[in-house]
Design a protein around this ligand. Structure first.
Ligand code: GLA
Length: 391
């Protein structure tokens, strides 16, 4: 029996399956909500959704990872803490409903393989797969970029997280083997082939729980807004922090009165610069330079933005020391979660052993290593064409 039948009580051929990946950010952290640059890529890990319309206006949500099941009507879509994980798909329905769309009711069965809360965008993945399914089943006149913006609005307004647009964009627009250089202010983007030669991308989960991550995240967003408002007195024509260049920053940084906020801005402005430079080094095949920018990004997130914490620092330091590793940094929001590492492919096994031993010794935690490919963005999975855990 397949998942769809197991959870809904009836299978058959009349349900459709959609997929949205997770993402890893190569560089450009805590820059998206300032309108700056990011450089993420979609993963082959992700969330599958089996979905079938109902005729009674009910929405039923099932997940193969969580026991909590929810069965509600169209007037019960408001956020409710007790609905747990299902607030993400509920929130997408709620947003679309707010924007004038109506639905017949659906059975949704979710199955995913992205570790939750690890900074690989499991929430953007579940939101995007829902938005895509609702768009296609309801034949709504929305582009993928519309869905990217919609799912970000949902996180902001429904989940109360002031996130930028990087995760939703990467999950919606990813391409196998390619990273995306995205300017968040305008959503201009370009694909850059992730040609790593003799190197492999290794993602490591610190397995540190992300406590209070949402409130600390929102605090950083607010700090950037406060600092930029002060800076803008000297730069009235600059629309956002992501557009402040290094020369203007050097001239006017004293405008920012709070030294902590000044550090936050220093991070954002230098990180934006690193993103553009590192994308250029990747294009030129200069992986050593790319790895060096990764290292500097982590140091800045540790010292200036203060979002790493002792576990991520220990994991990255262990990687920097290990032979064959030319770059390592935290990825995602921080406060726990994953690191991304560039490791010579002949030395991956030795690298894993060395990092595991050192990290365990320093923190008592066991790291998980992921081997996943850079995959395509959100899409429908055609029966019999692409392998899928639903059949
Ligand atoms: C989270 C947010 C993104 C971005 C990163 C930090 O993943 O959802 O919008 O701000 O943190 O770069």
């Amino acid at each position: 029996m397949g998942y769809f039948e197991q959870y809904t009580g009836s299978g058959g051929e009349d349900f459709r399956v959609f997929f949205a990946p997770g993402r890893v950010n190569l560089i450009g952290e805590h820059t998206d909500y300032t309108g700056g640059y990011v450089f993420p890529a979609a993963l082959s890990y992700g969330t599958w959704l089996g979905v079938r319309p109902r005729t009674d206006g009910r929405f039923r949500f099932f997940s193969t990872s969580f026991d909590k099941q929810v069965d509600i009507g169209a007037d019960e879509l408001a956020y409710s803490a007790e609905d747990g994980w299902s607030n993400y798909p509920k929130g997408v329905l709620w947003m679309l409903q707010q924007e004038g769309h109506a639905f017949p009711g659906y059975d949704f069965v979710f199955h995913g393989n992205i570790p939750n809360g690890a900074g690989l965008s499991s929430s953007a993945s579940i939101s995007m797969v829902t938005a895509l399914a609702l768009r296609d089943l309801g034949q709504l006149p929305l582009t993928t970029i519309d869905l990217v913006k919609l799912t970000q609005r949902m996180e902001n307004q429904y989940m109360g997280v002031s996130c930028g647009i990087m995760d939703q964009f990467a999950v919606g627009m990813g391409k196998a083997g390619q990273a995306m250089l995205l300017r968040c202010e305008t959503l201009e983007y370009e694909y850059v082939p992730l040609e790593l030669g003799d190197y492999s991308l290794v993602i490591i989960n610190s397995n540190k729980r992300r406590e209070l991550a949402d409130s600390k995240y929102n605090e950083r967003v607010a700090e950037c807004a406060t600092g930029f408002a002060q800076l803008q007195k000297q730069l009235p024509h600059v629309p956002n922090l992501g557009n402040v260049n290094a020369a203007d920053w050097e001239r006017f940084q004293e405008e920012v009165t709070d030294p902590v906020i000044r550090k936050r801005l220093e991070h954002v402005i230098r990180e934006n610069d690193r993103v553009k430079r590192s994308a250029e080094s990747l294009r030129q095949g200069d992986l050593l330079a790319f790895g060096d920018y990764m290292r500097r990004s982590h140091e800045s997130l540790r010292d200036l933005y203060e979002v790493t914490g002792k576990e991520l620092d220990a994991l990255v330091e262990a990687a920097w020391k290990a032979e064959g590793c030319i770059g390592a940094r935290m990825t995602g929001a921080g406060f726990g979660g994953c690191t991304v590492n560039l490791v010579h492919r002949d030395q991956v096994d030795a690298f894993k052993r060395a990092v595991e031993e050192e990290y365990r010794g320093k923190t008592g935690l066991h790291p998980d290593f992921y081997h996943c490919e850079i995959g395509d963005g959100a899409r429908e999975i055609e029966r019999g064409v692409e392998p899928c855990p639903f059949w």
